[in-house]
Write a protein that binds this ligand. Structure first.
Ligand code: NAD
Length: 476
């Protein structure tokens, strides 16, 4: 198959008195040395601004867009990536229109936009839900993968945690109102940057305390449920607490959400539910058999069943099975493989690796947060009762690969591999569903995350990596 894929996509915007064409170039993100060459398409600069084009039209009524694309060579691979790309462009377009709408200065104007598109005679329905651009608070490119909905009131349980603190920041930045419920097992520093922000509310409470859940859920339109005893070792150390928090409290939260009219519930599950795969040459899709091999995964599987067993109704429950996370967060965790390996190799120049040949997928913590936002933004029917693996199929690595990537950045170190023939967790995962249904694509890869952690440590931003608050594997 040809390696060369480049070209442009043209929109034709027609109004009563004008017709203008603007072009968006696309380019292949250059595969990094040593990384898989699977292309990810990213948009480069638009050749002209959509708002200028729209401004040239006489009325809003008959502005419509048609899509024409040209490219040097068509490959199946390009076609596979085409739909998500369109969704992304859709969001870009909305941002432009929103800016234009703001310039109307107070006039209550709603813009109807009709989308049409074609590629080699095939039509792509691009019309977003309702086909309307309504008041939305500025979503940044960082936080948006799909067209965005209006600002929501969102409860984030575990919002002080590694993933929760990043998510809460992004949600606030996107203009949502965020309430965090957390018992601050690992302290509250991660919330400092948000504590004084408008739209932020904190409930210091325990999921297990009577009444806490119901109070926290009150008035929330959406709930993102992250609070848990997280990881195999932490659950093994505190099995009763893990069952109570991860399982029973999640059932209670689901009941409270139903009772109070919550519309969206996103549950954080894990790809480790796939356990040990018989054949890692085939990537596990969401329909793959679940083989939980730890109490942690057992509790996640039990909650998944409950969420997915919900009858059709106004509450859309969605299960996200995250790959193992890495990267910088206001609540840093150094018990996660990539983060731990970087820290050890950089600061101690030594690392002991168990079972270097076993596979796992990895996803950056910011991209994990973006996936949650993509679900919250998506139409009800696309996400209700659905499971999505969160990550990118090319981001499955063996520990051996991770060590190699990190050493390329930090130089050679003393690494000892302790071979294991049995590891209960050995899985490679497919992330095609989230890409095709939600138009979701990651923005960072493992080498990016490695680089940012190295920079943070070398520059002194991250100095307290020995602090037990940075690990979920506390003694006892
Ligand atoms: N980190 C990963 O690699 C990963 C991978 C897959 C899934 N997940 C899931 O994502 C979610 C977030 O994980 P994380 O890495 O941010 O973990 P984390 O341990 O950093 O965050 C969990 C948060 O929940 C809070 N919490 C725990 N028990 C509570 C209780 N009883 N009441 C109120 N708050 C409580 C903690 O104080 C903490 O802030 C978890 O559900 C986890 O299972 C994480």
């Amino acid at each position: 198959m040809s390696e060369r894929i480049a070209g442009d996509i043209s929109f034709v915007v027609k109004g009563e008195t004008s017709e203008k064409v603007f072009t968006i170039d696309f380019a292949r993100r250059v595969a990094r040395e040593g990384m898989s060459p699977r292309p990810l398409y990213v948009l480069t600069a638009p050749a002209s601004s959509v708002s200028q084009v729209v401004a040239g039209a006489a009325t809003w009524d008959d502005i419509f867009l048609s899509l024409r694309m040209t490219f040097d060579e068509r490959t199946d691979d390009f076609v596979a990536h085409f739909k998500p790309l369109l969704r992304y462009m859709d969001a870009e377009l909305f941002r432009e229109l929103e800016r234009y709408e703001r310039r109307l200065d107070g006039e209550e104007e709603t813009i109807d936009v009709m989308f049409g598109g074609e590629m080699s005679g095939t039509s792509f329905p691009l019309r977003p839900e309702g086909g309307r651009v309504q008041e939305r608070k500025g979503l940044s490119a960082e936080s948006s993968t799909t067209t965005s909905s209006a600002a929501m009131k969102i409860l984030v349980t575990g919002g002080a945690g590694y993933l929760g603190s990043v998510l809460s920041l992004l949600l606030l930045r996107a203009g949502h109102e965020v309430r965090v419920l957390d018992n601050l097992m690992y302290g509250g520093k991660s919330l400092l940057a948000m504590a004084a922000q408008e739209g932020f509310d904190f409930v210091h409470g325990d999921l297990l305390a009577g009444g806490t859940l119901r109070n926290a859920v009150r008035n929330a339109e959406s709930v993102v449920h992250l609070a848990a005893i997280v990881g195999d070792p932490a659950c093994a150390n505190h099995p009763e607490l893990a069952k109570a928090v991860n399982q029973q409290a999640s059932f209670d939260l689901l009941a409270a959400a139903q009772a109070t009219g919550v519309r969206r519930l996103v549950f954080a599950s894990t790809c480790s539910n796939y356990g040990r795969m018989a054949d890692t040459s085939v990537l596990a899709t969401e329909d793959h058999e679940l083989r939980p091999v730890s109490l942690y995964a057992e509790t996640k599987v039990a909650v998944e069943r409950e969420m997915l067993g919900l009858p059709d109704g106004p509450l859309a429950a969605t299960v996200l099975r995250f790959a193992t996370l890495y990267g910088l967060s206001p609540r840093m965790r150094f018990d996660l493989t990539v983060n731990e390996f970087v820290m050890e190799l950089l600061t101690r120049r030594k690392l002991l690796v168990y079972g270097e040949q076993f596979w796992r997928p990895y996803v950056h913590v910011w991209d994990a947060a973006r996936a949650i936002m993509a679900v919250l933004d998506a139409p009800h029917d696309i996400v209700a009762g659905q499971v999505f693996n969160v990550g990118e199929s090319e981001e499955n690595y063996r520990k051996l690969d991770l060590v190699q990537i990190i050493q390329e950045r930090v130089g050679a170190a003393d690494v000892q591999f302790v071979r294991r023939d049995e590891d209960p967790r050995d899985y490679r995962v497919s992330f095609d569903r989230i890409r095709s249904k939600l138009g979701y694509a990651i923005t960072r890869r493992v080498p990016d995350g490695v680089g940012e952690i190295v920079d943070a440590i070398e520059s002194g931003i991250l100095a307290d990596f020995g602090d037990p608050m940075h690990s979920n594997v506390a003694p006892g």
